[in-house]
Design a protein around this ligand. Structure first.
Ligand code: KIV
Ligand code: ZN
Length: 499
């Protein structure tokens, strides 16, 4: 009989820590419900002590979600644990995830402590968390670079203290798959009470080995994997949920099953990408735009004769529907609603009507509307709460011409128009906005324009990072006019700090 592997999704905690990927509480609930529909076993909903926003998200997700365990992260600090327990009060099944660094790097340099002191703190935090919830997961941070004998001692002690799950993170993404597998095997063989807890993997992708390490961890005895949708996460990201789920689905001989409804993978992937403004690389395994695109003649011929000649996964199994109804200016609300539903977004009539109006406008400018366009439209009214709105933008630019821009902003109901020159239309537009808000103290640190798919009529996505008084703020927009998208993204960013 196959062994059950528990899927612990940390998109809303480790994934959401990525600069520029922050979600508001409403968006987090949307993602949490989609994760529940996908069949994940555990949702790590946040780090409650880190901010009131995180605290509130854990509360609201606990109320909104029924089946998965809701998990809250803490440091090995009593206050953190108390706040996490409070945030979990509405969870039908709540788990506290507490822990401490166990590698020499962490023990000596981060904590200026000894191995014995860290061992005591590890035991104490688990015992303290046990006062509030039965289900306590312990993370041994930087276990990937920790000494195996010391790691085993800590794991044995925390299980004795009541840990139900023991997480062995490769925090820096350093391990080779063989090393990580051996580490898990070492714990299985040397921790006398290991059968009383579930071993969890938590791998980062700094060397591109997160999925390989996770698989080795499972093959050596781990029965929970900590993953994120699209592999989002700090630096190079975390292990991606869709890869692990499809690896075990494709390799039945490994004898591992998950509760993931693979047909929902694509929709959830697009939803997370769109809400987090984090594009999925086109060649990303399972969910990338090109994951099932056969371009060479030999491959196309082979697939037409028999799909399995070149495909190991049926695209439909991950929710990629090749019979997709093409959305054009003549499509009705029902077609749009259906497409959004496939992508995991169910809108109320009023919101659907608004999205449909935006859809018709876009369809007038663009022949085929793709999934990214549709999701972009569905998320568009996030700017409705902006205090500063861009109402008008006109630019002149060209070879041998000085670029000029004029803008009109609505500043909490007051219309202000300004014009400026720049070394290009984007520069001119941003200078005109700065003039209109009478503030030019901010600097642009990063500016990224990306086409959603292909064609000169495509929608361009713009991500912008603005520094203001030592803090970073992120802005985003998407528009078929990339100059407009750039200035809109700048306005999106300044709305986060101009009061
Ligand atoms: O990477 C890591 O070690 C973590 C822990 C906090 C679980 O994210
Ligand atoms: Zn992590």
């Amino acid at each position: 009989m196959a062994d059950r592997l528990f899927i612990f999704d940390t998109t809303l905690r480790d994934g959401e820590q990525v600069p520029g990927c922050q979600l508001n509480s409403v968006e987090k609930i949307e993602v949490a419900k989609a994760l529940e529909g996908l069949g994940v076993d555990v949702i790590e909903a946040g780090f409650p002590v880190s901010s009131p926003g995180d605290f509130n998200s854990v509360v609201e997700i606990s109320k909104a979600v029924t089946w998965p365990v809701i998990c809250a992260l803490t440091r090995a600090v009593e206050k953190d644990i108390e706040v996490a327990a409070e945030a979990l009060r509405y969870a039908k099944k709540g788990r506290i995830h507490t822990g401490i660094g166990v590698s020499d790097y962490h023990i000596r340099y981060k904590f200026n402590a000894t191995q014995d002191e860290i061992l005591e703190r590890a035991i104490a935090c688990v015992k303290y968390a046990k006062r509030f919830v039965e289900d306590v997961e312990f993370y041994a941070e930087d276990a990937g670079r920790a000494d195996n004998a010391y790691l085993a001692k800590v794991i044995e002690a925390v299980i004795k203290a009541g840990a139900t799950v023991v997480n062995i993170p490769d925090t820096t993404g350093y391990c080779l798959p063989g090393q990580y597998g051996e580490k898990i095997n070492y714990l299985v063989e040397n921790v006398t009470n290991i059968h009383k807890a579930v071993i969890s993997t938590h791998c980062h992708n700094d060397l591109g080995m997160a999925t390989a390490n996770t698989i080795q961890g499972v093959l050596n005895g781990a029965r929970q994997v900590e993953v994120t949708i699209n592999g989002v996460g700090e630096r190079a990201g975390n292990t991606s949920l869709e890869e692990v789920a499809m690896i075990f689905k494709s390799h039945k001989s490994a004898g591992i099953v998950t509760n993931i409804n693979s047909r929902k993978i694509y929709g959830v992937s697009r939803m997370v990408s769109s809400l987090m403004n984090m594009p999925v690389q086109p060649n990303k395994a399972i969910v990338g735009r090109n994951a099932f695109a056969h371009s060479s003649g030999i491959h196309q011929d082979g697939v037409l004769k028999n799909r399995e000649s070149y495909e190991i996964i049926d695209p439909k199994d991950v929710g990629v529907d090749d019979n997709t109804i093409v959305l054009t200016a003549r499509s009705g609300r029902a077609a749009l609603k259906h497409r959004l539903h496939i992508l995991g977004v169910d809108l109320e009539q009023e919101k659907l009507d608004k999205v449909y109006t935006g859809f018709l406008k876009l369809a007038d400018r663009k022949k085929d509307i793709n999934d990214d366009d549709v999701l972009m439209l569905a998320g568009k009214d996030r700017t409705e709460t902006h205090r500063i709105k861009l109402e008008h933008l006109q630019v002149t630019s060209g070879i041998g011409l000085q670029s000029m821009a004029s803008v009109c902003l609505n500043l909490s109901g007051v219309r202000r128009c300004e014009a400026a020159a720049g070394n290009g239309p984007v520069d001119a537009g941003i200078k005109a906005v700065k003039k209109a808000i009478s503030n030019s103290d901010m600097t642009i640190q990063e500016f990224l324009i990306q086409a959603l798919s292909k064609g000169s009529d495509d929608t361009g996505k713009v991500h912008i990072q603005v520094e203001y008084k030592g803090n970073m703020y992120y802005g985003f927009s998407a528009n078929t006019d990339i100059i407009a998208a750039s200035v809109e993204a700048f306005v999106d960013a300044i709305n986060k700090f101009i009061v």
